[in-house]
Write a protein that binds this ligand. Structure first.
Ligand SMILES: [Zn+2]
Ligand SMILES: [Zn+2]
Length: 334
């Protein structure tokens, strides 16, 4: 199976956390946490459509300015999600600049900002052409754990404890559409951007009998199929991919239960491991996990793969110890 999401940590384990998830064959990406993003090329930053911020400690939110700077003057709708107080945090950032010329940009940037509370969300729009002033009141909607959803995937969130509320996230593909190369060859079809449209038609539950046109190099320039017929010949459906992102959490039993539930059976768990277990008292005081705790949570969740990050600088040049401790804890339990 060729995964749809190619998740990667933006920085090394001692630098700011951040998970970048570009979509296969699409100029589109999700970003989890908004710390230092200077390692991300501008062309990748411009693919981002949705940003999910765990909490607004500076190492998770200082990248807002770079993101805003690059997106200004572009025809973009950017959605940002964050913990309680997030609307104020974003408004504070926007209030730091003078926007008297902002309405003159040809292409207007618009920010849709969503603040997650325990059982509701508050969302508000800030548009470049309105000088980023919120013209309408925040809209309240019920929140049942699913933060964002579209036909191909959904993002769930849970509020965790980090001595302040901190969000953990899971992104789950509804199912996976695998393209079969031999099927394409048999029908003499060339892979191309039309495959994204084809997958989207399946996710959208388009009428199976509906016609679907595939561009070809032949004289007519296209071939027409019934969607279901084409799907049977060139694709197979398999379970969707699930990726979970957990950072800045204290090792309380309530947090552990919520994390295990959110990350259940994920393909890849990205989880912080700030301290070694010999310093677990320090980890508790600072509201973080140890590498051992991270490995145990990965095993308890049934994560098929896991990666640790957000190492304390006190372990500079000793990162092997953190990887080893997490790996051993995981293997002891599976
Ligand atoms: Zn923090
Ligand atoms: Zn942090």
């Amino acid at each position: 199976m060729r995964p749809c999401f190619h998740a990667r940590l933006i920085n090394g384990p001692f630098d700011d956390p951040g998970l970048f998830i570009p979509f296969l064959f699409q100029k589109r990406a999700l970003l989890f946490d908004l710390g230092d993003i200077t390692a991300l090329p501008a062309r990748d930053i411009l693919k981002i459509s949705h940003v999910f911020v765990s909490h607004t400690h500076v190492d998770h939110f200082i990248g807002f300015d770079r993101l805003l700077r690059l997106m200004l003057g572009r025809d973009k709708n950017l959605a940002l999600f964050g913990p309680p107080g997030f609307l104020k945090n974003v408004e504070g950032k926007l209030a730091a600049y003078s926007w008297n010329l902002a309405h003159k940009y040809n292409y207007p940037l618009s920010l849709q900002v969503v603040e997650v509370q325990r059982d509701f969300t508050l969302s508000r729009q800030y548009r470049c052409r309105d000088r980023f002033e919120a013209l309408k009141d925040a809209v309240q909607q019920p929140f049942d754990g699913v933060l964002y959803e579209e036909p191909a995937f959904k993002v769930s969130a849970v509020i965790l404890d980090h001595q302040i509320p901190c969000l953990g996230f899971s992104v789950k593909e509804r199912f996976h559409v695998n393209i079969i190369k031999e099927g394409l060859k048999r029908l003499s079809l060339e892979p191309g951007p039309w495959l994204s449209e084809f997958k989207q038609a399946i996710y959208n539950r388009t009428d199976p009998a509906a016609g679907f046109e595939v561009p070809t190099t032949g004289q007519s320039g296209k071939k027409k199929f019934a969607l279901e017929n084409l799907a049977n010949q060139i694709s197979r459906i398999s379970p969707g991919q699930k990726i979970t992102y957990i950072t800045d959490v204290v090792h309380s039993s309530i947090n552990q239960d919520k994390i295990v539930k959110l990350a259940r059976d994920c393909d890849h768990l990205f989880i912080e491991a700030v301290f070694l277990d010999k310093d677990r008292q320090l980890a508790r005081n600072k509201g973080h996990l140890t590498a051992r705790q991270a490995g145990e949570l990965a095993a308890r969740s049934g994560a098929r793969q896991f990666s640790i990050f957000h190492f304390s600088p006190r372990y500079t040049d000793q990162e092997d110890l953190l990887y080893q401790e997490a790996r051993q804890a995981y293997e002891r339990m599976i």
